[in-house]
Each structure stands twice: as structure tokens, then as C-alpha cells.
Design a binder for this molecule. Structure first.
Ligand code: ZN
Length: 336
């Protein structure tokens, strides 16, 4: 039996597209030249994933400066130029767009990218969107004045975007909700409901990615405050088990997540983070296969999608490639 491997999300960008190993790095080109450069970067990202032997491929978010703000900046009612600095995920400051009026989607934000991705690979394809709660936490709201209200508006917008992605031939649509590990009361009160709105009516496979963030200092410092066992998933997984989301993508490798939380996911499929993105050390295929084996003690193998803990945009390209190879080889080793 073959397991379906895939990365959680982003990949580093080529040095000729934007500054490497940096979040929110600006583009080094503009206009038509930038469009061409992004497409070339997508081709390379896809080729690297295929060469690593991964089953489902993505565009590595090569067209995005950031996994949340680029989507927000594609909407009307948003000022992306006169930005504000706010604390996001209750832990670090970021320069973010401001919501200055009713938000709406003037057209597909990532639909063209998805069509291009579909045209350059025969593998199943995956596209990531930010989740509604994480969007509402990654901006300055000067209009709605209430996180839930804004998140619910975003959920409707995300649903329209997701339907367009489905139409473009995307096989797996993933919503990135790292905020689900931070705002636990809000997840229960309205977060999962908002996510349900985002996936409403979709026939294509859906996933939610919940992690402890990129391997950057602010996140590593935060993880060091979470104690010997990270039990945030314990609050959200039973809610997701009862939801219509198809897959849950979670962080496992190198984390303090107790694996019995997997038992709370009911019949969901699991994108199991068997590659740690917060360390420069490259996992061996043996280690990856062994961790998949441990996950299989909780989730039937046919529902396991070996994956990375999170996006790899802050890493060097060589390191990201080595980790993707480890993911591909470890998955094959487990499969036998
Ligand atoms: Zn993540």
C-alpha cells in the first residue's frame, strides 16, 4: 500500500525572485517580469517536489509574500500600503494590511496560479488558503471592530475562492489555521463554524492545517513556554472530528505533542508532520518511516498523509530540498 506524501505549504523562493530565508520578503521584479519570474519559480518548486517523490504537489506559495497577508491584500476594502504593526498569534509583531471598509473579493486571488499549477504537473495538486480566524488575526481591523464578525465575512469569501479553485481542478484545498492553537475558546465558539462556511458545498478534498508556526525565533521562544506536553490539539480535534473537513494537518516531529491526541480525530485523514521545519538537521528516511509507524498506531495507514510540520519558506533551498527527499524516501521505506 502506498501512502500519499505532501508538504504542508510553502517552500523557499529562488534568490532571483525575492530575498531568501526571510518572511514577508519583497519582490525583486515588477510587472510582466515579476509574473514570469513567479511562474518559473512555480515550475522549480513543482519539479523539486516531484523529484523528491512526493505524491501531491503544490506551488510552494511562490507567488505569495506571506501565506495570510497576500490573500487579504487581494481583497477590496483593504489598505495594503498604509500598513499597521500589530501583535499576531498573541506573540509577535508584524506589519499587516488594514481593513478599512467592507471586505469583498473582486475576483479569484489564487485561481490563476492554480490553473497554471494544474498545467505544469500530472500529479494531484494542492492549494493552501489562510483560514478565516488566522486571517482575522493577521491584520489591523479599522472597520468591523469584532474578530468573529470579520472572520465570518472572510469565511464566505474563502468559500467563493475555494469553489473557484475546485473549478480550476485543485484536488486538495487546505485552510491554514495556526490561530486554532492560540484562541482555543474562540475555536469552540465560532472558529470551526467559520471553517464549515469556508468548505460549504465543496466536493474536492479539504484539509485544515494547525501548527505551532514556522521555525522562527518568536515561535521557538513561545514553544519553550508551553511545558512538557502541548495539549492545544486536545481542545480542537474533537470539534474537527465532528466537522465536514476531510483532513487535519498537524505538527508531530520534534514537538511535544502527545500522540494520543490523534485518537480524538474520529475518521479524519491526517497529514502527519513527520519532518521538523524548526531545525537545520535533516531527518533520515529511517527516522521518517519510524515516525509514520508510530502514527499508524493511532490512525489507519490508508488515512495517513506523511507531511512536514509547517511551511519551509524560512529555510534555505538546499535544506528544504533535503527535507523533502527525506519525506519522500521515508514514506517509501515505510510502504516497503
Ligand atoms: Zn504551519
Amino acid at each position: 500500500m502506498t501512502l500519499t506524501s505532501t508538504i504542508a505549504g510553502s517552500l523557499p523562493k529562488p534568490a532571483w525572485l525575492s530575498t531568501s530565508e526571510k518572511l514577508w520578503a519583497g519582490w525583486l521584479h515588477e510587472g510582466e517580469t515579476l509574473d514570469q519570474a513567479k511562474k518559473d519559480a512555480m515550475r522549480l518548486a513543482v519539479a523539486d517536489q516531484e523529484r523528491a517523490g512526493l505524491a501531491i504537489v503544490s506551488d510552494g506559495e511562490q507567488t505569495r509574500q506571506h501565506f495570510v497577508t497576500t490573500f487579504i491584500e487581494g481583497l477590496d476594502g483593504v489598505d495594503a500600503v498604509d500598513r499597521a504593526t500589530v501583535t499576531i498569534r498573541r506573540r509577535y509583531e508584524a506589519s499587516v494590511p488594514r481593513v478599512v471598509g467592507e471586505v469583498s473579493r473582486p475576483g479569484g486571488v489564487f485561481t490563476e496560479d492554480a490553473r497554471f499549477l494544474r498545467s505544469i504537473t500530472d500529479h494531484p495538486i494542492k492549494v493552501q488558503l489562510p483560514g478565516p480566524m488566522t486571517m482575522a488575526d493577521t491584520l489591523k481591523d479599522d472597520h468591523y471592530g469584532d474578530m468573529e464578525t470579520l472572520a465570518r465575512v472572510f469565511a464566505g469569501i474563502l468559500n467563493a475562492e475555494a469553489r473557484d479553485l475546485e473549478e480550476a481542478g485543485v484536488d486538495l484545498i487546505q485552510f491554514d489555521e495556526p490561530a486554532f492553537n492560540v484562541f482555543l475558546d474562540e475555536v469552540a465558539a465560532w472558529g470551526v463554524e467559520a471553517l464549515e462556511t469556508a468548505v460549504d458545498g465543496l466536493e474536492t478534498e479539504t484539509a485544515v492545517h494547525i501548527c505551532y508556526g514556522y521555525g522562527v525565533k518568536a515561535n521557538i521562544d513561545w514553544k519553550n513556554t508551553l511545558g512538557p506536553e502541548w495539549r492545544q490539539y486536545e481542545a480542537t480535534f474533537p470539534l474537527l472530528a465532528d466537522s465536514s473537513i476531510g483532513q487535519v494537518s498537524l505538527e508531530i516531529a520534534g514537538s511535544h505533542v502527545p500522540l494520543e491526541v490523534l485518537d480524538l480525530l474520529g475518521d479524519k485523514s491526517v497529514q502527519a508532520g513527520v519532518i521538523d521545519v524548526a531545525t537545520d538537521r535533516v531527518e533520515t528516511a529511517d527516522e521518517v518511516a519510524a515516525l509514520i509507524e508510530v502514527v499508524a498506531g493511532h490512525i489507519p495507514p490508508q488515512r495517513i498523509y506523511p507531511s512536514t510540520n509547517c511551511g519551509m519558506v524560512p529555510l534555505s533551498r538546499a535544506l528544504a530540498m533535503a527535507k523533502m527527499r527525506a519525506l519522500g524516501e521515508g514514506t517509501r521505506l515505510y510502504t516497503g
